[in-house]
Design a protein around this ligand. Structure first.
Ligand code: BGC
Ligand code: CA
Length: 437
């Protein structure tokens, strides 16, 4: 069976090699006959032959195809075709920055931070999605910097939420110690929880707001710091409790409202360089459709002068992933980050519409209510799609059901390329199956 398949593949390859120049037209012909008279097939190809959906550019972004339990990357999805990539940010570098930012804050404010004066610095932690590798990395980064992490069997820091840990006996964490000005302080993760609502949506701000109310009433002034895996949940907790209580709150994403809140006591956040990620998401598509080197306008300047320097991103060949680098945003520098939807200056030049004609892209956001994606990432995409002459159809999901999104990819032949943000990182195959049909 296997052998027969290999043989017929070899035969097909030999045939296509022999036919060389006529390959694309014969593929196009068989494709459009398969598609019958559907208008979809004809709209996809404005020029040249019809490209099979499985061969069109496919960019995964924000949720990296991976096993939500083990974190192992789904390389089948990441190398679906020659123009498949992931765009995200360096989760470990960002997580370390987040942890360090919080530790620095504690050190600088040690005289006032211990609200009840019991020598224990207590924090609570809002976890976004226990199966999302960015969320896992942030939990680990915070625990590593504060000394509260414990190593799991595989040597990595356990990222399991503890529920409540008032007395410090939880096993997923330990009490950490910080030596500051010759004095030793205990740091305790008093509580942590995945912020998932009853319908199943993760990173849920409403759930975080309820959680902080519950924690505030049970833990009271033993809470000295509020930490969140993102600003959506962080701001929900800040607005419902910590601003008034005067408890520093730290998030992630550098959403505009969070950056502005630094003036009112929000402790800090991390910019994941969404301005670079949104550019990369669409730029890779542009390059693939133009048939030029994939790093045009990325590592090398394009014809309009757009180029990225290597202090804002890197490419990892093994995971076929482009990662933006993170920057800490605190009281010291937040005024430079107030406009979170401004395109990144070095890649803000308009492409010429004759050399780079309009193409149509299908793009989804896993949850239309996700603060970061809706308030920061999508507005950036909408600016870059103009600059790159891409006509993008934006699909917003409910954050819970993959089918709510995949149902709206009923006719992939209508589009030249796809950019996908999954509800669950395990679910890549439900998209690639639609493109393989
Ligand atoms: C962001 C979160 C967001 C999540 C969605 C993360 O990179 O930091 O704010 O909720 O992506 O997948
Ligand atoms: Ca205390």
């Amino acid at each position: 069976m296997k052998k027969a398949l290999a043989l017929s593949m070899a035969a097909a390859m030999a045939l296509s090699l022999a036919a060389c120049t006529s390959t694309s037209s014969s593929t196009a012909a068989s494709d459009s006959s398969a598609a019958g008279t559907s208008e979809a097939a004809s709209t996809a190809s404005t020029e040249g032959g019809t490209v099979a959906n499985k061969d069109k550019p496919l960019i995964w972004f924000n949720r990296q195809p991976s096993n939500s339990t083990t974190g192992a990357l789904d390389m089948e999805a990441l190398s679906f075709n020659d123009n498949t990539y992931y765009v995200g940010f360096d989760a470990n570098q960002g997580a370390e920055l987040q942890g360090t930012m919080i530790r620095d804050y504690i050190e600088a404010n040690i005289d006032t931070i211990d609200r009840n004066g019991d020598g224990i610095i207590g924090y609570v932690l809002a976890v976004g999605d226990i199966g999302h590798n960015d969320s896992i990395a942030r939990t680990r980064g915070v625990r590593a910097a504060l000394g509260t992490g414990v190593e799991a069997a595989d040597g990595s820091i356990d990222s399991t939420p503890v529920g409540t840990n008032t007395d410090g006996t939880a096993t997923a964490v330990q009490d950490g110690t910080l030596n500051i000005n010759g004095k030793t302080y205990t740091v305790r993760e008093l509580a942590s929880q995945e912020m998932k609502n009853s319908a199943g949506a993760t990173w849920d701000a409403g759930t975080a707001s309820n959680a902080i109310s519950a924690w505030a009433s049970s833990l009271g002034d033993s809470i000295d710091i509020v930490v969140s895996n993102n600003d959506g949940m962080g701001m929900a907790m800040f607005n419902s409790w910590s601003q008034e209580a005067g408890v520093p709150t730290f998030g992630y994403d550098a959403n505009a409202d969070a950056v502005a809140a630094i003036a009112d006591g929000y402790g800090g956040t991390i910019s994941q360089h969404a301005d670079v990620q949104a550019y990369l998401t669409l730029r890779l598509i542009r390059n693939a459709l133009d048939g030029v080197d994939i790093n045009t306008g990325i590592s090398t300047a394009d014809d309009a002068g757009n180029v990225l320097s290597d202090d804002v991103y890197y490419y990892d060949e093994a995971s076929r992933s482009y990662y933006a680098l993170n920057v800490a945003v605190t009281a010291e520098n937040y005024t430079e980050f107030t406009d979170s939807t401004k395109t990144y200056e070095p890649v803000s030049a308009q492409l010429d519409a004759t050399a780079h004609p309009e193409k149509t892209v299908w793009l989804d956001i896993y949850n239309a209510a996700d603060n970061f994606l809706s308030a920061t990432y999508q507005p950036l995409l909408e600016k870059y799609d103009d600059l790159l002459n891409l006509n993008v159809e934006y699909i917003g999901g409910d954050g819970q059901t993959e089918a709510n999104i995949t149902n709206r990819l009923g006719n992939p032949s209508q589009y030249d390329a796809f950019a996908i943000n999954m509800v669950k990182t395990d679910n890549a195959a439900s998209y690639t199956a639609l493109l393989s049909q």
